[in-house]
Design a protein around this ligand. Structure first.
Ligand code: NAD
Ligand code: TYD
Length: 341
């Protein structure tokens, strides 16, 4: 298949591009605006792959999309592109609404006009809002987003639904729980805590540290997306999760143990406004209908993740000091190996 991946220079998108190219048999065009979260080093080594093309651009650029759909004969779209960090959405909601909602609508419309056969929207369990101590999110749970990020993802998700019902456009929607693994930007809980601990800096724990997230290794999210893309039923929503609920403080203690760092680094700070208490996913539909199950146990995934951050210190240091943003100019700028693009 000729697949347009958007946001493929980010955390999950880059893991997905790697997984699909490593498996072989598909061509990927990766369209990414390279916001602060996009990092082409996440795909270093893939630039020479004949089945891969990187294009810097925004999913709100309709002319660019029309040109790409035509010249690359795109058959399927996987839309990862989004502003993705809850704390940033609290500080500045507007860009979240513009990129996540209007961006998705622009991409949907261009894909529909081009006659694309499959459109997968990478949504999130955060569209469901927050759970109490009991229960799980199912695909039928009410959509009750609580942060500007979650609201923007919920709106995008519902616009996708409308494109299926109104135009018969073959949309698939996935709603996954929290991911962790290699290449995650060190503003999210797990990589932030690893990087801070390695630099003996305080680990900021919001509120009482007892908020619960349902953690899934990123490679498992990617394999689930690929399963839905190829075998899911258009118009359907698929929850994705690993049945792995943990309190934040338990994760942090586990990381400190793996890194052999002292718990005195733990620092309780003011809670996030509107902080969702608990997320937990019922993923029985994708397991039953498509035969997908996660391949990684949390113990193995978190150990592999810690090992990756230890082995790739220069990656997260260049993210923290901002030098990663020069990669595009080095590789694709006028003087770079691939010339201007
Ligand atoms: P990320 O922030 O690491 O990456 C987002 C990527 O999208 C970046 O490369 C960025 O440059 C690009 N981008 C942003 N706006 C763009 C635009 N307007 N046009 C083109 N590219 C743009 O995010 P992530 O954690 O990899 O998440 C990817 C997707 O998965 C998001 O849609 C997110 O909502 C969803 N998701 C994430 C998680 C998680 O735990 N991280 C869980 C479920 C769903
Ligand atoms: P995060 O990684 O931002 O993901 P999300 O909010 O989308 O679930 O946060 C995961 C959990 O960790 C969430 O309950 C907030 C908490 N958290 C902290 O306690 N401290 C931090 O510095 C961060 C970034 C998150």
């Amino acid at each position: 298949m000729n697949i347009l991946v958007t946001g493929g220079a980010g955390f999950i998108g880059a893991n997905y591009v790697r997984q699909v190219l490593d498996a072989g048999g598909d061509r990927i065009v990766n369209l990414d605006a390279l916001t602060y979260a996009g990092n082409l080093e996440n795909l270093a080594g893939y630039d020479e792959n004949p089945d891969y093309r990187f294009v810097r651009g925004d999913i709100r650029d309709r002319d660019l999309l029309d040109a790409l759909f035509a010249e690359e004969r795109i058959e399927a779209v996987v839309n990862f592109a989004a502003e993705s960090h809850v704390d940033r959405s609290i500080d500045g909601p507007r860009e979240f609404l513009e990129a996540n909602i209007m961006g998705t609508q622009c991409l949907l419309e261009a894909a529909r006009q081009a006659g694309v056969a499959r459109f997968l929207q990478v949504s999130t369990d955060e569209v469901y809002g927050s759970l109490g101590a009991e229960g799980l999110f199912t695909e039928a749970s009410p959509i009750q987003p609580n942060s500007p990020y979650a609201a923007s993802k919920a709106a995008a998700d519902l616009v996708c639904r409308a494109y299926f019902h109104t135009y018969g456009f073959p949309v698939l929607i996935t709603r996954c729980s929290n991911n962790y693994g290699p290449y995650q930007f060190p503003e999210k809980l797990i990589p932030l805590m690893i990087a801070n601990a390695l630099e003996d800096r305080p680990l900021p724990v919001y509120g009482d540290g007892r908020n619960v997230r349902d953690w899934l290794y990123v490679a498992d999210h990617c394999s689930a997306i690929d399963t839905v893309l190829r075998r899911g039923t258009p118009g359907e929503v698929y929850n994705i999760g690993g049945c792995n609920e943990m309190e934040n403080i338990a994760i942090i203690r586990r990381l400190l143990g793996l890194l052999e760092k002292d718990e005195s680094l733990i620092t309780y700070v003011t809670d996030r406004p509107g902080h969702d208490r608990r997320y937990a996913i019922d993923a029985s539909k994708i397991e039953r209908d498509l035969g997908w199950t996660p391949a990684h146990r949390f113990d193995d995934g978190i150990a592999a993740t810690v090992a990756w951050y230890l082995d790739n210190r220069s990656w997260w240091e260049s993210v923290r000091d901002g030098t990663y943003q020069s990669y595009y100019d080095r590789m694709y700028g006028a003087e770079g190996r691939h010339g201007s693009s």
